[in-house]
Structure formats: C-alpha cells, structure tokens
Design a protein around this ligand. Structure first.
Ligand SMILES: [Zn+2]
Length: 440
C-alpha cells in the first residue's frame, strides 16, 4: 500500500513491462501458504461478524450452530456456513433501511456508493471504503497485466455512470493502472453511439473494450458508413475465451467482487484471486462443494475487505479446476456457466439464452452487422419456442431466413422454434445490457 503523501497515493509503484505477473508474490504464492492466508483472513472476518456485530451474518452463523469465531478456523469449516443470496440483501435493506443489517462498517466510513442495475427487482446498495476500492483496483491490475495491457496505453469504455457504480469503478481502475481513460456515454441512442465513434476517430483507443455495448457501436458505425477500424474498434477475443466448455469466470458482480480473475491463455478458465476470496462451486441442497469440473452455484466469500460478503451465492453456475498451470500462477481457475434465472426450459430441454444466441450467430442473414433478437419466455413446455429476430439489411427472402433460423435452433438445441423475422431497427436497443428474454 502507498505510504507517501503525494501523487503516488493515486497509483501503484511502477514495475518492468516484461515482468510476467502484476503481483508475483501473491499470484505465484505457494498454494499451501495461500490456504493458510485464507484461513487467517476468514477467521478474522467471522470474528468481526460476532464482535461488531454484523447482524445478518451473525444470525446465519448461529442458526447453523456456530457459536463463535473459533468454530470457523478456516476454509474447511465454510461448508457449515449457510448461504446468503441477493434476496437476503434486498430484504435486509427493506427491513433496516437504507443499508440493511449486513454491513461490516458504518456508511460514514465509506467513500463510494453504487447500486445494482435493478434489472431484476429493487436495486441493492454497495458501499466501498478506500481499502475496498484499492483491493478492486489491484485485482483489476492483475487481470489487465495478464491480458497484455500495459501502463501508457489508451483505454476506452462506455459503462453507465451515476448511481450505477460500474462506470466509475472501471474508470478509476484504468487510471490507477496507468491507462489513459476515455469514458464515452453508453450508446442508448444512435446519437450517443455516434458521439463515441466520432471521438475515437480523433483519439483512437488501444483497448476498445465496450463489453455489452460493443455490438451497438458496430451497428451504428455501419449505419453511418464509418469503418469500425477507423474508430479503433475490432472484435478481439480474450484469453481463456472459447477454450473448454464455458467462459472464464471473471467477475462475481460489483456488489461482491468485480475483478475476481481473468484467463491467462494457457489453460481454460480464469485464474481467481484467492488471496482476496474463497470461491466455491456449491450444491445448494447440501452446502457442500461439487466435484472439480462440475457445475455448482458460484459462491464467494470475500477476504481482506472492510465490507465483505460471507458465503454469497450469486445463483450463477461455475465450475472450478485445480490442475497446475504452466503460466506461473498457482491459483485455481474458474469457468462461468450463466445465471440460473436465465435458464430457459422448453420441450424437455434446459438451455441458456446464450446457447440459442450461439446457434443464430452463425447465420449471416441475421448476424450482420449485429445479432438483434428476443426470445419469449416459454410458459407451455410443449409449445414451439417463440423467437423474434431482425434480418440483415442485405437479406431479402424473409421466409428463407426464418427457415434457416428454425433449422439452426433445431440442430443446436433440439427444439422446435417459431421464428418471426423482422426488419432492422424494430426491436428496442440498449446502451448496456439488452434484455433478450421477454414475457410476451
Ligand atoms: Zn495460467
């Protein structure tokens, strides 16, 4: 941690650009030694639950017969700790407004507040102390170093701002790392997307990471006749993507741990920052870990934070892998398998909306310049799956497009779909996360 008083406090000490890892001491730590560090940090967290006390977690612990911090000596004892889910936090904030009874510190010890996007229910509030923000910035730095970013590059993004904490977290982490941070508005409208595109033609980013909104910029660039390359836009795959059976497990959400890890490109999945989190793939019925490589509920216990979460079940699928990696990092790796609430069920098959998307993305008739579709949440198991999709501007024969989409879905998912083909710009657009599953 910086100890001087001056500009140094706003960023980390520099290190050689050819150094393999951002923080070799922690990232290449002997796994046994790291496990003992986890045990110590976990025990300290449980001590604070009892001594502060932190009412919600203390209730959870005592309900499971855990009488004090000595009952949770380390990670091996975690399986006895009941899970906490988002709804618990929502109810706590409603019962003890505004912050709930699950905080480890007073709000007055914090310097930043953010809310979740609230796409599902009332948004919950996240609070960060300076230490908690520093921990996220250092974690982000490990990710970016792994991904080949180096201080001095120009990075851009279009994350939402204000009460939603994602944009300021990403901007702050970029600046901390030493990148020139170019923050353009989310492309909610074509005009806003154009602002971003025109600016990148003046100041071309080295790192054009727009996450969920990338497709929107490509679409508007196409409309305006701008070559995306002139604005620095290119689809680049990230290390760890497309390897194995799932995506790299990179985040546990802003409310829990935004920069949990990233892929190294050697083996599938993401290296996880275990010195700051115990990550488990849990069978929610038993509370026990599922075997390595199998899907379980992503459950995170944060370590080393002023405001932490204990056995937080994100209700998302993850799989963990413990084989040593030749890249030099010694952490476990994680794969992400989607949100359980996004799991759809039709005609006896269960699937993620991203699997449907995978089937459609291969069809140029609908994926040029971007894939725009919604699926109607199935209410009758035997009915055809209803999908509405925009055709590519060049595609002419609507019936043929429909037949190709239905065949692709049948082949990939084994289900019958009823596809409605629409003209471009019929479906609503969003500058951040687009809702792909609709009710009717
Ligand atoms: Zn590796």
């Amino acid at each position: 941690m910086p100890t001087t008083y001056g500009p140094e406090v706003l960023g980390p000490p520099p290190r050689p650009n050819d150094q393999k890892l951002w923080d070799p001491e922690m990232q290449a730590m002997d796994p046994e030694k790291r496990r003992r560090l986890q045990d110590t940090r976990l025990n300290e967290m449980v001590r604070r639950v009892f001594e502060n006390p932190v009412a919600l977690f203390k209730r959870k612990l005592t309900s499971a017969g855990i009488k004090g911090p000595d009952d949770i000596k380390g990670v091996d004892d975690l399986e006895h700790v009941p899970l906490t889910v988002k709804q618990d936090l929502r109810e706590a904030e409603a019962a003890v407004p505004p912050f709930g009874d699950y905080r480890f510190t007073s709000a007055h010890d914090c310097v930043r507040l953010g809310t979740s996007t609230g796409t599902t229910g009332t948004p919950t509030i996240t609070l960060w102390t300076r230490n908690d923000i520093w921990l996220e910035y250092e974690s982000a730095a490990r990710n970016w170093w792994r991904m080949g970013y180096r201080p001095g590059m120009i990075a851009t993004h279009a994350h939402p701002a204000y009460l939603y904490g994602g944009g300021i977290m990403l901007s702050g982490a970029y600046e901390y790392f030493g990148l020139l941070n170019v923050w353009v508005p989310p492309p909610d409208t074509d005009e806003l997307a154009e602002q971003g595109l025109r600016f990148w033609m003046r100041v071309k980013p080295d790192i054009p990471f727009m996450g969920f909104s990338t497709g929107r910029f490509f679409e508007v660039a196409n409309k305006l006749g701008i070559d995306p390359k002139d604005a620095g836009l290119e689809f680049k795959s990230m290390p760890g993507f497309g390897m194995g059976k799932g995506l790299p497990l990179m985040t546990a959400g802003a409310e829990c741990y935004a920069y949990l890890g990233s892929g190294c490109g050697v083996l599938p999945g993401a290296h996880l920052h275990e010195d700051w989190a115990v990550v488990q793939a849990v069978d929610p019925a038993t509370g026990r870990d599922v075997p390595d490589g199998e899907w379980g509920n992503l459950t995170v216990t944060t370590l080393g934070r002023d405001n932490g979460l204990l056995r937080y079940d994100l209700e998302e699928a993850c799989a963990l892998m413990r084989e040593p990696c030749s890249c030099g990092e010694t952490s476990i790796r994680g794969l992400w398998g989607g949100r359980f609430k996004d799991l759809l069920s039709s005609q006896g098959k269960r699937f993620q909306v991203t699997e449907l998307e995978g089937a459609l993305r291969a069809l140029p008739d609908v994926s040029e310049p971007t894939l725009e579709y919604v699926v109607v949440k199935p209410t009758e198991e035997d009915a055809p799956l209803r999908v509405r999709i925009e055709k590519a501007p060049a595609a002419e024969d609507t019936d043929a497009v429909r037949d190709r989409c239905e065949a692709a879905i049948k082949e990939r998912l084994g289900i019958v779909a009823a596809v409605e083909v629409l003209d471009r710009d019929t479906l609503p657009r969003s500058g951040y996360k687009t809702a792909r599953v609709v009710d009717a």
